[in-house]
Ligand binder design. Structure first.
Ligand code: PRX
Length: 660
């Protein structure tokens, strides 16, 4: 029986005794005591951690300000600097010569930087940015691959109080342009190109293309890091090599002390409607949760080697690469490449080579590596020495119990707890997660809320539903690292997360959840809006539909739904009506390829539909509404058992079935 069905036969994994004995949170009683402390004095709980984990230039006297709810403020009269906390603070604690980052390039070359070196590099970039007139409050877009330069560029923005907005290197020129325009960025930091899986892929030329699309007049400079020396065009007066800008800059830079509420970064993510939204995060509250969750969820200790495989273009890379581990003085891996190059043993080899002790990755990666390992012993984890591992983590999508068991047994040798961390771009850090030295684990469940987080499952009216019954996931109280607003669109913020028809009082995550009838453990049942999760990447169905219909030459109408996929969790399935007769056979294949490439150009390769089907029309009600539930069944190649009496054109269903 699974956690969603009851609790009598749950497979439970207790924390290993040695780990539990020495963990920051040791045993369930300690976890419960933390939860009770938060319950008894909510503000005092967070304030205590904020004083312990962060250095403040001006100590805060106010903790939570709810007067403009749902625009909550935390520690608002305190001042601090995120880069000071991640770098200088550690050097002052005697960690200057400790390795901060072990960088492994796509081809395997390793570069290490200590805290002192990372600070010097960050300060040089910060001074370089200042020399170009970039100042507190300006926005800087960063479009770069995984690199020490990428992390240092983010830290440098934080140092001078500029708000960074990192755009994942897989996004297209059009997506990059949209984000640059929305942020009003004064500069873009990029590299000549990126190297992934042995291939060189462009970055700078995509920036050029994005800027040429128009609407980016705010951009005064493009700073280019040299990655591979590829030939690129430089526009005089606008484009500068990063090396030239920083060469003569001092290696120290007084931090800009900002209010705790100062926007540290904007990160774009997909919603159910419209264009991606710029999620705005604060400095103080965000950094607190980044540090606290890194410490407790991963039980990070002084001699750990921490590896989060996410890209800095996503929130996981922000919180668990750029900010959390560094705020704690940890040693971490930054990896440029992909898990399957030069072969699917890459992750295991890197864990072995660098003696990684905490490993945090996505279920999609695990599932694809299982397939490879089962086909070839040489890339199976058993062919590597993974004895350095003590904790494993999972993020971004539900981890199915079979993948969980494999990860636990073959990667973790049966001795490493798996922390299945549920959270979102908007939440800034972990919300529902096991703590490795405390929480008994149940595969497929993200278990219990992080101490202080008031997660609950409710019905449409906001009333708690009993355990064992599915409902809507909410967070009842504001927490320090929560989204502050959607950049430039406070109304959309309110509507998306604190909608009136939901009484406007709880944070609405956009996911469904169910709590186990006996243990109260949470299992996330998936999005309740039109957002898909493909390989842990969030995609709005409307966004992909708009991209398809923007191919005005070909497309009359399009509807996009998700369907379950063994490897990527969900796959994108598009139903398309063309402005020409419905194609079949090779012609259908050729047009599908053309449309896939189009979406790749409009959004990025991650948004390309896996399946494109053509029809003379879409299934609609008599009033013209597309019946998406039917499309979902068609996408899964399921027999249609739903009521189709309101369907105007039943014949269309056959056409849209699996027609290739
Ligand atoms: O649906 C949930 C899913 O990913 C969504 C958040 O996506 P994003 O903002 O891109 O952040 C991903 C990295 C934190 C959520 O609304 N999700 C995330 N983690 C889990 C998950 N679903 C199930 N289990 C998880 N551990």
């Amino acid at each position: 029986m699974s956690a969603t069905e009851g609790s009598t036969e749950l497979k439970i994994y207790q924390p290993p005794a040695a780990l539990a004995g020495s963990a920051h949170v040791s045993g369930m009683a300690a976890y419960e005591a933390m939860c009770q402390a938060a319950e008894a004095d909510y503000e005092g709980f967070w304030a205590g951690h904020a004083r312990e984990l962060l250095s403040w230039k001006t100590p805060f006297t106010k903790v939570l300000n709810e007067s403009e709810a749902p625009f909550f403020k935390w520690f608002e009269d305190g001042t601090l600097n995120a880069s000071y906390n991640c770098l200088d603070r550690n050097i002052e604690r005697g960690l200057g010569d400790k390795t901060a980052i072990i960088f492994e390039a796509d081809g395997g070359e390793v570069t290490k930087v200590t805290y002192k070196e990372l600070l010097a590099k960050t300060c040089q970039i910060a001074n370089g940015l200042k020399s170009l007139g970039i100042k507190k409050g300006d926005r800087v877009v960063i479009y770069i691959a995984m690199s020490i330069d990428g992390v240092a560029a983010m830290q440098a923005c934080a140092r001078i109080g500029a708000t960074h907005s990192v755009v994942f290197g897989g996004f297209s020129a059009q997506s990059l342009r949209d984000r640059i325009e929305d942020t009003g960025a004064v500069a873009v930091i990029t590299a000549d190109n990126q190297v992934r899986g042995g291939k060189q892929l462009p970055l700078k030329s995509i920036v050029d293309e994005a800027l040429a699309l128009g609407g980016c007049d705010s951009v005064k400079n493009v700073l280019v890091v040299k990655r591979s020396g590829a030939a690129i065009a430089m526009t005089a007066g606008r484009d500068l090599w990063m090396a030239d800008v920083v060469a003569s800059q001092p290696t120290s830079c007084e931090p800009e002390w900002v209010s705790a509420e100062h926007p540290l970064f904007l990160l774009y993510t997909s919603g159910s409607t419209g264009k991606p939204k710029g999620v705005q995060h604060s400095t103080g509250g965000y950094l607190l949760h980044a540090a606290l969750t890194t410490k407790l969820t991963f039980d990070l200790k002084a001699d750990d080697v921490f590896w989060c495989t996410a890209d800095i273009g996503w929130v996981t890379g922000h919180t668990y690469i750029t900010y959390g581990p560094l705020a704690l003085g940890g040693t971490e891996i930054v990896f440029e490449g992909v898990p399957t190059y030069p072969d699917a043993g890459r992750f295991w080899k890197m864990i072995q080579d660098h003696k990684v002790s905490i490993f945090y990755t996505a279920p999609t990666a695990i599932r694809s590596l299982i397939k490879a390992a089962e086909a070839n012993d040489a890339v199976h984890p058993k062919s590597y020495n993974l004895s350095s591992l003590r904790i494993l983590g999972s993020v971004g999508e539900p981890i199915n119990p079979a993948a969980w068991e494999w990860y636990h047994q073959h990667v973790g040798g049966g001795r490493c707890p798996i922390v299945d961390t549920f959270w979102q771009t908007e939440t800034g850090g972990h919300m529902i997660t096991p703590l490795p030295g405390a929480t008994p684990l149940v595969p497929g469940s993200c278990t219990l809320p992080f101490p202080g987080i008031q997660a609950a499952v409710v019905d449409e009216t906001g009333k708690d539903v009993p355990w064992g019954q599915g409902g809507i996931l909410v967070v009842k109280k504001p927490w320090p690292s929560m989204i502050r607003t959607i950049w430039g669109d406070p109304e959309r913020f309110k509507k998306s997360y604190y909608p009136e028809d939901f009484k406007g009082k709880y944070y609405l995550a956009g996911d469904g959840a169910i709590r186990d009838a006996k243990t109260g453990y949470f299992t996330i049942t998936g999005r309740i809006d039109d957002v898909l999760n493909v390989s842990g990447h969030r995609m709005g169905t409307m966004e992909i539909e708009s991209a398809l219909v923007s191919c005005t030459e070909l497309v009359a109408e399009a509807a996009v739904v998700g369907r379950p996929d063994d490897t990527t969790g969900e796959a994108i399935c598009a139903f398309v009506v063309l402005k020409r007769p419905r194609p079949t056979g090779d012609e259908a294949k050729a047009i599908a390829k053309q449309l896939r490439d189009w979406v790749g150009k409009e959004i990025g390769p991650i948004a390309k539909p896996k399946d494109i089907r053509f029809g003379d029309n879409l299934p609609k009600t008599r009033s013209g509404k597309i019946m998406r539930r039917l499309l979902r069944s068609l996408a899964k190649n399921e027999a249609i058992t739903q009521d189709t009496s309101t369907l105007e054109n039943p014949a269309i269903l056959e056409q849209l079935g699996d027609n290739h």
